[in-house]
Design a protein around this ligand. Structure first.
Ligand SMILES: [Zn+2]
Length: 383
């Protein structure tokens, strides 16, 4: 049974959406636990089969879960709309019984991955279900793709995402909405680098002068790297992980640092990657090796994206709402891959809320109906 209004037409109903989100959230699915992610994929697959979707499941590689794809039975084989979601979360198994117990407090609903992004993924599924209940078929075929490891940069699914994007006219990404329901039309590019310094080990007391400290070298490199942060240009660098040394009384011979880079556009990406790969040792008698590059290309709001955004704004006006987009955000998503290929991409179409990746992750109940409406009408009207 589906919720219906007095004229017996199916309606988008918040309680029903929330019940579905709860069911998906309760299947915890951390990116590194392929079995858990696949249990989640099983549930999503069952839901989609009920709607008559054509399912394809690509077995996971590199220890990650499967990639699940579902296509509407209508619309033929031509290019259509790709709806991109991820079904992994950053939260370890057990959060649902601890800090992120499922609960609703007024407009706030809590749960692991509810905001990033099981809420959004479910909204898109519900939008499809709503079309089916109304007996409607969209002009364009719709392909739903559920990715198993977005939270660690989609290493095993990137190729499939890009192939799917190239086979479609539009990409809708169901990542969380921002700051009062804003959507995302641009994202910075993300780079990752590993710096490895090699010095000379020595007894820290007896032969100190013979040693060349790899930790000291990395410390100086990190200062130099972090000085490249330039908020005005939209460049940030962050040394997020460091490891090195073998004992407190040993001059350390090895040290490694992992660096995160964010850049606003392809030219800056090229400039910064070049800068990183040319890093030279600062101290004497040490070696420095740099590996890495761009992980996600910059996602820029081009004319195609601006036009798609205007369509979304017009849909929101149908329900008396004003849709805005956020200024260039530093967070990457799979939308970076699709937008960089020139496929008009709208992102941040999921539920509004806050606390992605945090122990207070939540969505706003009041956003469920408008966001589902937006998604449904985008699917219905894009041509
Ligand atoms: Zn996400």
């Amino acid at each position: 049974m589906s919720p219906r209004d007095t004229d017996n037409r199916p309606v988008i109903q918040a309680e029903e959406i929330l019940a579905g989100i709860k069911r998906w959230v309760e299947i915890e699915s951390p990116s590194h636990d392929a079995g858990a992610v696949n249990r989640m994929a099983d549930e999503v697959e069952r839901d989609l089969r009920r709607l008559g979707a054509k399912i394809a499941r690509t077995p996971g590689t590199d220890g990650y879960g499967d990639i699940l794809t579902a296509r509407t039975p209508w619309g033929g084989d031509g290019p259509g709309i790709l709806v991109l979601s991820h079904i992994d979360t950053v939260h370890p198994i057990g959060m649902i019984r601890e800090a992120l117990k499922w609960r609703r407090e007024g407009d706030k609903v809590y749960g692991p991955g509810i905001y990033d992004m099981k809420g959004g993924a479910y909204l898109a599924f519900y939008a499809y279900q709503h079309l089916v209940r109304q007996g409607k078929q969209t002009t364009l075929p719709i392909t739903f793709m559920f990715v198993p490891e977005e939270e660690i940069g989609s290493p095993s699914s990137r190729h499939a995402i890009e192939q799917a994007a190239l086979a479609n006219k539009y990409v809708l990404v169901t990542e969380p909405a921002r700051e009062g329901g804003k959507i995302v039309t641009s994202r910075k590019g993300v780079g990752r680098f590993v710096l490895h310094a090699k010095g000379k080990p020595a007894h820290a007391g007896a032969r100190h002068e013979d040693g060349r400290s790899a930790i000291r070298e990395i410390a100086r490199q990190v200062l130099r790297i972090e000085e490249m942060t330039d908020y005005a240009r939209g460049i940030t660098t962050n040394a997020g992980l460091i490891s090195g040394g073998t004992g407190v009384n040993v001059v350390p011979a090895e040290c490694t640092a992992e660096i995160d880079l964010r850049v606003p556009d392809p030219r800056t990406a090229e400039e910064m990657v070049d800068w990183f790969l040319k890093l030279e040792p600062i101290g004497p008698d040490v070696e420095v090796k740099v590996e890495g590059g761009m992980n996600r290309p910059p996602y820029q709001k081009d004319a195609g994206i601006a036009a798609l955004f205007e369509k979304a704004q017009a849909i929101y006006r149908e329900i008396g709402k004003d849709l805005k987009d956020v200024p260039l955000t530093g967070g990457g998503s799979d939308g970076n891959f699709t937008a960089a290929l020139g496929i008009p991409t709208l992102d941040g179409l999921g539920a509004d809320g806050k606390g992605a990746h945090a122990a207070y992750e939540q969505i706003y109940y009041s956003s469920l109906v408008p966001r589902t409406y937006l998604c449904t009408r985008l699917l219905e009207t894009l041509d």
